[in-house]
Ligand binder design. Sequence first.
Ligand SMILES: C[S@@+](CC[C@H](N)C(=O)[O-])C[C@H]1O[C@@H](n2cnc3c(N)ncnc32)[C@H](O)[C@@H]1O
Length: 234
Amino acid sequence: MPQAYLPGEPFVSSESLFNALGKDYEDVFGHDAGLLRVVERFISYLSPDARVLDCGSGTGKPVAHMIASANRSVHGIDLSEAMIELSRKQVPTATFEQCNMLSYSPPPGSFGGATASLSLFELTRAQLTTMVANWARWLRPGGYLLIATMGAEDVEGTREEMYDEDGECASGIPFTFMGSRVYLTLFTKKGWERLLEGAGFEIVETQRDLFSPPKEAKCDEEKHLFLIARKRVE
Ligand SMILES: C[S@@+](CC[C@H](N)C(=O)[O-])C[C@H]1O[C@@H](n2cnc3c(N)ncnc32)[C@H](O)[C@@H]1O
């Protein structure tokens, strides 16, 4: 189970963190203009018959809702029971399933699109690498992947000693999220690009956008990194 805290801190799993947050999360992050723009761009690449997998689908809004409203079939997966319940109510035209994205195993080539929007922060480097290999397998050739995350180099708390030897990924980065102190593992922009290209994707777009949560949300500012990649057609 991914951990939101390092040993020494009170242990809270990602599942219980998001079970507790529920709709409060959407109230803060659901109107992120940079994310809404990039989801529109992602939708513009999808073929009309694309089935889309939303990994860490949260409340279903905005991502699954926008894609389903663009007449694509959407399947969302999330660890948190509370989030799954909310998403089923909020996006009745999509399907949702409570599971860990790391143990999900659809048949190869099942999807024309996949998204992971701000849902990868608690995964380790090895788990992130596994997920990129999974998407390469789950997407059909020419399918599109959208990742919304942060680059290690864009977070104030990232220090030199947190980076792996190759300088492409840092871990244990302290961050304040909805009043909780969490520790993140983040690739750099270059690290993401190399990981995706090595797994058979071509990068279609990368963008950065600053999201400033309201003060009362007790969140650090998030400089988001958005990547849209296409699975190469051999
Ligand atoms: C920060 S929220 C983002 C929700 C949504 N994607 C959005 O952009 O609004 C992260 C979500 O990812 C889910 N999550 C985290 N790790 C996960 C995992 N390993 N498998 C499935 N869901 C996960 C959490 O339960 C939470 O609902």
